[in-house]
Design a protein around this ligand. Structure first.
Ligand code: SAH
Ligand code: DHB
Ligand code: MG
Length: 225
């Protein structure tokens, strides 16, 4: 079983369960045209994020790592009419593409795209009194995942769902000698989650059009402040 099969099965799942969507197709097209990297979540994973938000009844969502707004749109479409999503993006050009995509999707009133290094913006969010969030999706620089975990807890309540993308990294997550800061980041994330009394979690390996990776999902299970 290799990449060809994984991609073909992703295609099958998309054809049956993730209907072609003009707005999302436009997001990918504008992202490619602007030269942004093609590293958005796959359509089935975008749909999973959307379903998780709906299953959970999320009203306030925090995302770290916007890119062109692809996952942002999947998550925002799960919000009720008075719901809100805050998404953090380091690169002003990415944020600009995302804002125009969110406007085209009719979601501009529900989404706040904040430009800056997430590690600087997260304390500002807390000082503004934002949160607690119902769901936090983390998909930015993997080396900072340990820090984002601590901030996600500070901006959470018991019951908040945390999702971290790309934590398996082609299996490198189990390589303790790996010097890649991204790998070290996802390894330390697992150790912090293991040691934390504030979350209950698992990680799920995934294959698909984007190769072999996975996500960590956690629920905040007691007051984390
Ligand atoms: N969630 C998006 C993909 C995000 S790609 C989707 O699935 O559609 C990762 C994004 O994180 C990139 O746009 C990158 O510019 C941004 N990023 C990288 N480092 C960051 C940081 N320190 N703070 C905020 N955003 C960061
Ligand atoms: C990269 C980042 C991602 O969030 C992802 O899902 C795939 C790749 C990257 O930085 O290469
Ligand atoms: Mg990702």
């Amino acid at each position: 079983m290799t990449q060809d099969v994984w991609s073909a099965v992703d295609r099958y799942v998309i054809d049956h369960l993730v209907p072609e969507d003009a707005v999302l197709a436009e997001v990918v097209a504008t992202s490619d045209a602007a030269g942004l990297p093609s590293i958005h979540v796959s359509p089935p994973l975008g749909k999973l994020l959307h379903l998780l938000a709906r299953i959970h009844g999320a009203r306030r969502i925090l995302e770290i790592g916007t890119l062109a707004g692809y996952s942002t749109i999947w998550l925002s479409r799960a919000l009720p009419t008075d719901g809100h999503l805050v998404t953090l993006e380091l690169d002003a050009m990415h944020a600009e593409v995302a804002r125009s995509n969110l406007a085209r999707a009719g979601l501009a009133d529900h989404v706040d795209v904040r430009i800056g290094a997430a590690i600087d913006v997260l304390p500002r969010l807390r000082n503004e009194g934002q949160g607690p969030f119902d769901l936090v999706f983390v998909d930015a620089d993997k080396a900072s995942y340990p820090a984002y975990f601590e901030w996600a807890l500070r901006l959470s309540r018991p019951g908040t769902v945390l999702v971290f993308d790309n934590v398996v990294r082609n299996g490198a997550v189990i390589d303790e000698g790996n010097t890649d800061p991204n790998v070290q980041g996802v390894r330390l994330l697992h150790e912090l989650v293991e040691a934390s009394p504030h979350v209950d979690a698992t990680s799920i390996q995934t294959v698909g059009s984007k190769g072999y990776d996975g996500f960590l999902i956690a629920i905040v299970c007691e007051p984390a402040h």
